[in-house]
Design a protein around this ligand. Sequence first.
Ligand code: ZN
Length: 135
Amino acid sequence: MKIQKIDHLGIAVSSIDSGKKFWQDIMGLELEGTETVEEQKVTTAFMPVGESEVELLESTSPDGPIAKYIEKRGAGLQHVAFRVENIDEALAELKEKGVQLIDQTARKGAGGARIAFLHPKATGGILVELCERTN
Ligand code: ZN
């Protein structure tokens, strides 16, 4: 597999408005836009940082994965996303190597990306996302 760069840092926030107070007003990042991914019960806000982005994640529902994450571990860094050239090949390679995956196949993420998560048990405790973008 060929990892091209860190695509984004996924940060769980209680609300995008509260996250913006730090990342936009204090750190000076620009909000590029927000998008709701219904299947994941999440609204995302992307803030470019050089070649990468900060992705704020706000749950749209109390039973969404981000709400559950915040309930268990508090707000903060939730996942690290690596851009790969070909996510299908990357997943096939990881399966071959016996790596525990949350997503067996790629699914739709924000911004038209194809994404898949690796299980934190397989990565030393970090929720790792692979992400393929055509644009
Ligand atoms: Zn992400």
